[in-house]
Design a protein around this ligand. Structure first.
Ligand code: MTE
Ligand code: HPA
Ligand code: MOS
Length: 760
């Protein structure tokens, strides 16, 4: 089945927040945000702004009726600055005007008197000053100190990995409408309707049942709208509460980039110990997470960094510590992988370091340490591993030996172009690491004409979850997919939703849809059994009736006053975790896979191209290969962008310098891999995924890490004396510096040039 949204997308008919027809009397909002990253807010001068034609009102912290607080995990984030500012881009005031232009014009005229305070942008400095969001978190397995003593080789180093701008095509926004009796209806571009409902409830002081949140679809979220859709909805809601008028705010791209948090940058120290057979006996890592100025989701992201710090490897002795460090950047947030990718980059850096010292390809170390079924993760769960199967199937299918030989031959023949090959195994746990969040509900109505309406807590953000939900209902009922309509996500139809996140949306909501449909089907089967001559149901009740039978049975059920609706609740069985011991069984299952990357490097210019990505991916049994292959291709490109060209630059004043698409480069069609081959891993294991179709949203992004190490290998093929720092992204500028890095220390590099020229 094709993605059901595709036709409307390509025709421009899909309806996003900014496409909603507006009610008469709608006001337009614009935030005035802090121009200073840290300081005391003495005074806000609104005089000139209020004179702007069309301006109706300007709201500041003191006007709020409810609490000035939007922190989800920790209550440490005011909606509007009150007394202090903590990052550049922090909302200070909200202008309301009769037009979008007037609101933005007026916002420019606001001035704030701020006494500057010390600005911290580096997480290591924050940690040294004990500026921590939460106490450090630790994972431990075995006895690392003793194990290092038994190692033949021990290497220590540092790895740094930058953040990433989400760059959802649809920017953040909200539209709020006053309802009878003081309630508020909120249209929001959010992955988390209930989080928006809670935030609006808090800042307005209204109980949650007076607030309806409605989500049609998102033009991308990627984690950026798991928590950070809240402030815009909360601001609009406060404005609606105070003015009794509808209020709309749809952020401009540069407002969005400046004011919202991103993937967390991390800095880390590692120590890796191996025996003679390249078995990793011990691993230590200390992670410094750059959380930004408030907690947001950082504590949960930090946890997932620890959960994935050993990637797809079994290491018997592990000590990992993670600090969530408070800096004066916009609060960083969820982003595809949720801290996992950062943890994996560090272990891959450690392995690359060891490989370089041992003069062996990294793949030998990687392959020697892959998880086996029954191996214990540092958090206590036992692996049901597909790591070795993925690797072996990829090795056979793509002929790694030939790929290696071709790269060697190319590099022997070429001087100013070098190729690099790298392999990236992945292992990603599926479930929210906070056990309570692993629940979902679905509401299914069968109408008397036989058509079916489904509501769930799932938010469609381009990942194709609506298509999958439609498939589930159609398949259980045995009716054509076009008889099933998936409706918007709305907190009145489905309450207490978990965010559409953690790649678990289709599993959680799909299981709830399956349960609801089965409950209705059971009732229909009883009706059919009692119908005798009617339809084809005289023999034992068929579970997949043909269409006419379906319509007849539905109608009969209605006449017999049997319910044609069901609201089902699903909670993932068997998941649990105890932070006291840092052990448990947090994940329903893991997703595995292996990718091979080849890059070609232009050694004069420092530019590179990804020639191919060849992957064997563990889908379980994909229920929709069109959707799932799309997720893999998109995830890989997004991961490659993060690792290679996307460069967030904050200056010492905490100002985002790469604040537009002219300075923040994302992959375009020329930067995507020339070839992406996807082979499904052949498995027949039962799992907890919907229809055995494993979650696919986040894991493919992790493959992108392979691009970094492929480039690094190509650099070293040109300049054998350089050991490039593991400091992602590997931008062309950094590549160029590394290609000629030994120049100062080793004047002989000039000879490399000369020899190269002669060889030509
Ligand atoms: N794909 C598209 N097209 N747009 C998105 O915003 N978000 C990703 C992933 N794939 C995203 C996407 C992230 S961060 C997650 S957690 C999952 O989709 C969420 O959806 P799922 O749980 O249905 O996989
Ligand atoms: N993944 C994604 N989002 C989340 C999680 C998680 O594990 N926990 C809370 N929000
Ligand atoms: Mo995805 S980062 O869990 O929204």
């Amino acid at each position: 089945m094709k993605n059901t949204d595709a036709p409307a997308h390509v025709r421009g008919e899909s309806v996003y927040l900014d496409d909603l027809p507006l009610l008469q009397g709608t006001l337009f909002a614009c935030v005035y945000d802090s121009p200073v990253a840290h300081g005391v807010l003495n005074h806000i001068d609104l005089v000139e702004a209020l004179k702007t034609p069309g301006v109706v009102r300007i709201i500041t912290a003191k006007h709020l009726i409810g609490e000035n607080q939007i922190g989800g995990i920790i209550a440490d984030e005011p909606l509007l600055a009150d007394g202090h500012v903590h990052f550049q881009g922090m909302p200070i005031a909200l202008v309301l005007a009769e037009s979008d232009e007037a609101a933005r014009e007026a916002a420019k005229k606001i001035k704030a008197d701020i006494t500057p305070l010390e600005i911290i942008t580096d997480p290591r400095i924050a940690c040294a000053k004990n500026e921590l969001i939460i106490p450090p978190k630790r994972f431990r397995l075995g006895d690392p100190a003793a194990a290092f003593g038994r190692c033949d080789y021990v290497y220590e180093g540092r790895a740094d990995v930058n953040g990433q701008e989400h760059l959802y095509i649809e920017t953040q926004g909200a539209y709020t409408v006053p309802m009878e009796g003081g309630g508020i209806k909120v249209y929001s571009s959010t992955q988390a309707p209930t989080a928006v409902q809670r935030a609006v409830s808090k800042v307005t002081g209204l109980p949650m049942h007076r607030i309806e949140v409605e989500v049609g679809r998102l033009g991308g979220g990627f984690g950026g709208k798991e928590d950070q859709a809240n402030p815009w909805a909360a601001l609009c809601a406060v404005a609606t509460q105070l003015t009794k008028r509808p209020v709309k705010y749809s952020l401009h791209r540069m407002e969005d980039m400046r004011m919202t948090g991103k993937r967390h940058p991390y800095s880390a120290d590692y120590k890796i110990g191996l025996d003679k057979n390249f078995k990793i006996l011990a691993y230590e890592a200390v992670f410094y997470q750059n959380a930004g100025a408030a907690a947001d989701l950082s504590p949960a992201v930090l946890e997932r960094t620890l959960f994935h710090c050993t990637n797809a490897y079994f290491i018997p002795n592990v000590a990992a510590t993670a600090y969530s460090c408070r800096t004066n950047l916009p609060p960083n947030t969820a982003f595809r992988g949720f801290g996992g990718p950062q943890g994996m980059f560090v272990i891959e850096s450690a392995i690359a370091h060891a490989a370089e010292q041992l003069k062996a390809p990294a793949s030998i170390i990687q392959q020697a340490n892959l998880l086996k079924t029954g191996d214990e993760f540092p958090y206590g769960q036992k692996a049901e591993s597909e790591a070795e199967n993925s690797w072996l199937q990829a090795e056979r299918h793509f002929d790694f030996e030939k790929l290696r030989q071709e790269v060697e031959a190319f590099n022997a023949e070429n001087t100013f172009f070098k190729r690099g090959l790298a392999f990236m195994p992945i292992c990603f746990g599926i479930s929210f690491t906070k056990t309570a969040m692993n629940q979902a509900r679905a509401l299914v109505h069968v109408y008397t004409d036989g058509s079916v309406a489904v509501s769930t807590g799932a938010v469609e953000m381009g990942q194709g979850v609506n298509t999958k939900m439609q498939q589930v209902a159609a398949q259980i009922f045995g009716i054509p997919a076009d008889m099933v309509k998936i409706h918007t996500t709305n907190t009145l139809r489905i309450a207490n939703t978990s965010p559409s996140a953690a790649s678990a949306t289709a599993d959680l909501n799909g299981k709830a849809v399956e349960m609801a449909c089965r409950a209705i089907l059971e009732r229909l089967d009883r009706v059919r059994a009692g119908m005798g001559a009617v339809g084809a149901g005289a023999s034992p009740a068929p579970t997949a009736p043909d269409l006419q039978n379906w319509q007849t049975t539905v109608n009969a059920a209605y006449l017999q006053r049997i319910s044609l609706s069901e609201h089902a609740h699903y909670a993932t069985p068997s998941v649990h975790f105890d932070w006291e011991t840092a052990k448990g069984h947090p994940f329903a299952y893991h997703v595995y896979g292996l990718a091979a990357f080849q890059v070609t490097l232009d050694c004069l210019r420092g530019r590179y191209e990804v020639d191919f990505v060849k992957t064997v991916h563990d889908f379980g049994t994909s229920m929709n290969t069109a959707v799932d292959f799309g997720q893999i291709e998109g995830g890989i490109v997004q991961g490659v962008g993060w690792m290679t060209m996307e460069e967030l630059v904050y200056d010492a004043a905490g100002k985002l310098r790469s604040n537009a698409l002219s300075t923040y480069k994302i992959p375009d069609i020329y930067a995507v891999p020339k070839q992406i081959d996807i082979e499904p891993l052949v498995t027949d294991r039962e799992n907890l995924a919907i229809f055995n179709s494993k979650a696919v949203g986040e894991p493919p992004l992790l493959y992108g890490i392979g691009a970094y190490f492929a480039i690094r290998n190509a650099v070293q093929a040109f300049n054998g004396s350089v050991s490039p720092a593991c400091d992602a992204p590997f931008t062309p500028e950094k590549v160029l510096m590394n290609l000629y890095a030994a120049h100062e220390k080793e004047p002989g590099i000039v000879d490399v040039y000369r020899k190269a020229a002669e060889n030509r």
